[in-house]
Each structure stands twice: as C-alpha cells, then as structure tokens.
Design a binder for this molecule. Structure first.
Ligand code: GTP
Length: 368
C-alpha cells in the first residue's frame, strides 16, 4: 500500500518516447501465450522487455493466492541488477487478475516505472481465465499508470483446435465466457496451432472470430510465431489507430449477419456530416448508462459542427472512454465521414445507426 503512494518520475511529454509500451497477451488456457512470450523474448533484439505474468494455477489452488511474477527483463545489453531478487516477487492480494489484482498491478507497474530507463516495454501475460478489461482500466484510469504506460495492443491467442468449443460453452447467468471476451477485446488475434486443424476448420473459426470482432487483425501462426513487426510496437490500441480502420469493416454487413450466433458481435457505422456535440454527448451518455457492461470496445472518428478542421477520436472499454483531438486535422478536401466501431453483446445495428444519425447537426437548427 505504501508503495502505491510513492511519487513516480515526473513525466514531461506524453506519447513521445518517455512512456513504456505495454502489451497485453491474453488467450484461453493452453492457447500458446507462454510460447508467444518465449518466442518474443528470444527473437526480438531491439527492445528491453519486462515480462509480467499472472499465474493462477497450482499456487492459487494450494493457498488461494496467485502471484505476479516478474520473469525477467530481456535485453541486448546485460542489466546491472538481477531481477530475481525476492523483493521483485510481488504477491497478489487474492485470486485472479480479473477479480482483485488491480492494486498489485498498480504496485508492480508503479515500482517498475521508477526504473523505466531499464526497459522499453512491458509484456503482461494474463491467465487463461482472465478478462482483460480490468488491466485496461487499471492502466488507463490510474494517472500514475497512464502517465507512464500506454497500451500498445491487446494480443489474444486463439487455439485453432479448441477455441470453438470454449466459445460454445454456456456459462451460468451473469458470468462471462472468458474466451469470447478475450476475442472481443483484442486488437490482434493469433490463430495459433494451425498445424492441428484442416483448412476448412481453420476458415470456419476465422469466420466465427470475425463475427465477434471484425476489428482485430487475425494472424495465422504455428507455435505463436507471428511476424514481430505485426504484434510489437504497433499502436493498435491507441486512439490514433482508429484512424486506420480497415475500410472493408463498414461494408460487409451482410456477412456479419449470417453467422450471428454469438451474442457478441461487432458493428461498424459510418456516415458523412458534422455531429451536434450536445446531442452526441447525450447519445453516448445514455448508451453507456444503459449498456456499458455489454460494450467491450468502442472506437470512433468524429467531425463536430463548430470545431473547424479538428478531427476527434475516441476509444473506450466499457464505460471508460478516452476522447480527444486526433494528431492530424481533417484535410482540406477530405470528406467529413464519421466512423464508429462497437464490439459488444446484443448490439442492434439499426438502433445504433439511427441513434447516431440523429446526432447530426442540421443547418436548420441555427436558421432561426
Ligand atoms: N501443436 C501445436 N502445439 C502448440 C502450438 N503452440 C503452442 N503449442 C503447445 O501448446 C501447449 C500450451 O502452450 P502454452 O504456450 O503453455 O499455452 P498458454 O496459453 O501459456 O497456457 P496457460 O498458461 O495454461 O494458459 C504447449 O505444450 C505448447 O508447446 C502450435 O502452434 N501447435
């Protein structure tokens, strides 16, 4: 607790190299997360990476506790200090990362922040049963965290052989299907263990994943060996990344309807015009009040009436939304196309589209 209150190194500039990237690696039990982490540590030579692993297995079963284990910092240059010292081992309060570990994550990342010069990035490997949302919340909502870390991307391992059955699993009322949630949250999905399935099985799973999260990039892998440039330092989570929406995302609506067997799906909405700031705020407030728990990810690129060429972007996880101007304004000849992405449960495309279009600014409103 004492550590949480300690001051961290002051930050002068954000998003310009002083922050450490943090990569969240998630995926169901046995999907290949550790294989990915080992592969990254072995193959990449440019970054000093610190790995945090949240174990929830034998330790948890034995004594009800899990542990954040700092596995070590891998770097091209030998570090002076050993990270195997006992004080580097941080014990969780209780249970799984998605339930109660936030305090420990803050403490761990907080103490690591003081040694930021020793590493460039943090890899957080969740347990196979973790819901990634609390990690995102922790890093984004705690100022000490958001001043020191930015989430580069959420990478999910999908086991080609077993994911479908995990997705099919019916959970008791009100409990989440973790496998589904991990897919819904991800920016990058590694379709792993392709060696164990036929092309047809693989394609079927891919279609199903796209139906849940059509926004994430899917990369087929064996032994988690994804091209590093596609998964590291990709800024896939950032608000700016939403400006790089796959143009096809908004077009193949029919395709998404066909397989809509899951409750979780992705909906893209785009239309031209300027939004009425007040109406849009009201729309979002209502939506989040009623549906925050169903909305895993939201992203948007917006043009507002009265804001000149400023392009706005937002991205959110449940009810926590980051909103602000994009790095670059609207181009002189650029059409003011607003784009929105929603990934969540029970999404109604028509309702979302109509609700958003009602937020359009109409010239008649200032005519009087
Ligand atoms: N056939 C095959 N096996 C793989 C592949 N990738 C990983 N494995 C194996 O799958 C098993 C589980 O891999 P891990 O990397 O430990 O999976 P994990 O997601 O970290 O597992 P948990 O920590 O239990 O959640 C290991 O025996 C790996 O060697 C693959 O592409 N093909």
């Amino acid at each position: 607790m004492a550590e949480e209150n300690e001051d961290l190194t002051p930050i002068t500039v954000r998003f310009e190299g002083v922050l450490s990237d943090s990569q969240v690696v998630t995926g169901f039990l046995g999907a290949g997360k550790t294989t990915l982490v080992n592969y990254i540590l072995k193959e990449q030579k440019d970054w000093k990476i610190c790995v945090l692993e949240n174990e929830f297995g034998e330790v948890a079963i034995d004594d009800g506790l899990g542990e954040w284990i700092r596995l070590g910092i891998q770097c091209p240059v030998q570090l002076a200090e050993s990270l195997d010292a006992p004080e580097d081992l941080i014990t969780m309060d209780n249970g799984c990362i998605c339930c109660s570990v936030r305090g420990d994550l803050v403490r761990t990342l907080g103490s690591l922040a003081k040694r930021r010069k020793d590493f460039d990035a943090v890899l957080l490997e969740t347990t196979g049963l973790a819901d990634p949302a609390p990690i995102v919340y922790t890093i984004q909502t705690n100022p000490k965290m958001s001043d020191n870390y930015r989430i580069d991307s959420i990478v999910s391992l999908a086991d080609c052989k077993h994911l479908a059955s995990h997705l099919d699993e019916k959970k008791p009322d009100n409990s989440v299907n973790e496998a589904l949630q991990q897919i819904a949250f991800s920016d990058k999905i590694l379709l792993n263990k392709v060696d164990l399935v036929s092309t047809e099985e693989k394609d079927a799973l891919k279609a199903r994943i796209k139906n849940i999260n059509n926004f994430a990039t899917i990369i087929e892998t064996e032994r988690s060996r994804a091209p590093l440039e596609k998964i590291l330092n990709v800024s896939a989570f950032s608000m700016e990344s939403i400006l790089k929406f796959d143009p096809g995302f908004f077009d193949d609506e029919d395709d998404k309807k066909i397989h809509n067997l899951e409750l979780v799906s992705s909906v893209g909405v785009k239309f031209e015009g300027n939004l009425h700031a007040q109406y849009f705020n009201m729309f979002m407030m209502d939506l989040l009040r009623e549906r925050a728990s169903d909305l895993y990810r939201t992203k948007g690129v917006l043009s507002f009436h009265g804001q000149g060429a400023t392009k706005f972007v937002f991205q959110g996880v449940h009810d926590q939304i980051n909103f602000g101007p994009a790095k670059n304004p609207w181009g002189e000849d650029e059409k003011r196309i607003n784009k929105f992405v929603f990934i969540g449960k029970n999404l109604d495309r028509k309702e979302l589209t109509e609700g958003l279009m009602e937020c359009l600014y109409k010239e008649s409103e200032t005519a009087k």
